[in-house]
Design a binder for this molecule. Structure first.
Ligand SMILES: [Zn+2]
Length: 440
């Protein structure tokens, strides 16, 4: 019996809902664990998870599978970003009025289109992000990066960064350990996975979060099963936060060279360090009118009017910024500290602090990877940082991070091999979130 054409059309949406198995054949697989690449691998994903990884074409593809020829291509894990912000920025303006489901999704779509399959939004969120996060994870809004959230981060009354546009009222300004613990409880009930603290005087301009307060925040976070992460600047604060049990350092130490004392604490407690080198660059790079403003890989996600703003008003602001020299020095210190910590065996995670104005989701993750290589890491170390290490830091490594049987198929198919040249990370053939190709 032949199914009539009309009935077939009616049934199509039902078929479309059931995801076809995905087979990528004959590909070079870099699984993110740091082990040698598997040549001529075949990867089968069913229902959004990797169910089989075969070698040398030994895999029998299911009849209805979508088959992708991976010859000459490289399959890597999707990028996991430990430090971003979503929803607050439109163009070059950061404001709470911008924060909407639509704008959060817009950021997550941009991340995904560049191969960032998970980001972490650190301390400037509204509660609606929780619904967006859950919708992405349930597969209801395909083509978007996953997001973990700290909801609202902690600082002191009028502390850094409450003066930044759009942040006042989002950052929690706390004075006492008791007050801090109550807020951590509320964040846990609202669905946060992490708590974020800003511990930074911003070159002496602000009062910092007191040790007794951040110690209480970290302790309460752990009692509630949340991770504790900190924005910091000074080596001495990094040591105190490490002592207090911090889980992830989400910026570089920038006031001087890291020493044995910090290395010992980071190693002893298994603390992950995510350097956000592009964040340092973003504070002065527009003074230099970088060549990448003309790069098609940058411009594909950025409005021409925004690029114009970078070339004119932001260029002028940064060119006459009295802190320009100190910002440049901070970047150089951050680069040296990354190499020293990596060589010492500290677990290096991957973070950018993208999302605020002039820190562009997607493009900056690629630039971050390139800067990490410039700092002296190998491309393999960078891949491990954004897959294995970042998934472990976030406690999501059971399902995400490396590419292995049983894990979610969040992955990027590249036309070249990034081990020879990290810039091959830009040459994306396809991005998969939960085994589904992202529209790019
Ligand atoms: Zn940040």
């Amino acid at each position: 019996m032949r199914l009539s054409f009309a009935i077939l059309i009616l049934l199509l949406p039902l078929f479309a809902q059931a995801q076809r198995p995905l087979v990528i054949q004959g590909v070079t697989l870099i699984d993110g664990s740091g082990g040698p690449p598997v040549l001529n691998a075949t990867v089968l994903a069913v229902g959004g998870r990797i169910v089989l990884i075969g070698e040398g074409g030994t895999l029998q593809a299911p009849d209805n599978a979508e088959i992708v020829d991976g010859k000459g291509k490289t399959l890597i894990p999707g990028i996991i970003n430990l430090h971003g912000h979503v929803g607050l920025t439109k163009g070059l303006v950061q404001a709470q009025e911008n924060y909407s489901r639509e704008n959060v999704l817009d950021n997550l779509r941009t991340y995904a289109s560049y191969g960032v399959t998970t980001t972490t939004s650190l301390g400037t969120d509204m509660d609606l992000v929780v619904g967006v996060r859950d919708a992405v994870n349930r597969g209801e809004v395909p083509g978007h990066a996953r997001v973990l959230t700290a909801l609202q981060g902690f600082t002191t009354p009028n502390g850094y960064p409450t003066q930044a546009p759009g942040v006042k009222g989002l950052a929690l300004e706390v004075s006492t350990p008791q007050e801090a613990r109550q807020h951590v409880d509320k964040l846990a009930e609202a669905g946060a996975e992490l708590v974020k603290m800003w511990v930074d005087s911003h070159h002496g301009a602000f009062v910092k979060l007191k040790q007794a307060v951040f110690t209480a925040i970290i302790d309460q976070a752990h009692k509630r099963g949340l991770l504790a992460v900190a924005h910091l600047y000074e080596l001495s604060d990094a040591k105190l936060l490490a002592e207090a049990g911090l889980d992830i350092v989400v910026h570089s130490v920038r006031d001087g060279e890291v020493d044995r004392g910090l290395i010992r604490r980071l190693l002893a407690k298994g603390i992950t360090y995510a350097p956000t080198l592009t964040r340092e660059q973003s504070t002065y790079v527009y003074a230099d009118l970088p060549a990448w403003l003309d790069d098609a890989f940058f411009a594909r996600s950025v409005d021409a009017s925004v690029v114009q703003g970078l070339r004119t008003s932001l260029h002028q602001t940064q060119a006459k910024d009295p802190e320009q020299q100190i910002n440049r020095e901070n970047f150089r210190v951050a680069m040296r500290n990354l190499k020293k910590l990596s060589d010492a065996g500290v677990k290096i995670g991957f973070g950018t602090d993208t999302g605020p104005p002039a820190r562009f989701p997607g493009y900056f993750e690629h630039w971050e990877a390139e800067l990490m290589v410039e700092a002296g890491l190998t491309p393999m170390q960078v891949i491990v940082s954004f897959s294995k290490n970042s998934s472990e830091a976030l406690g999501i490594d059971r399902d995400y991070g490396t590419l292995a049987e049983g894990k979610v198929a969040d992955m990027v198919l590249l036309n070249g091999n990034p081990l020879g040249n990290i810039r091959n990370l830009r040459d994306i053939h396809a991005v998969y979130v939960g085994g589904q190709a992202v529209d790019r």
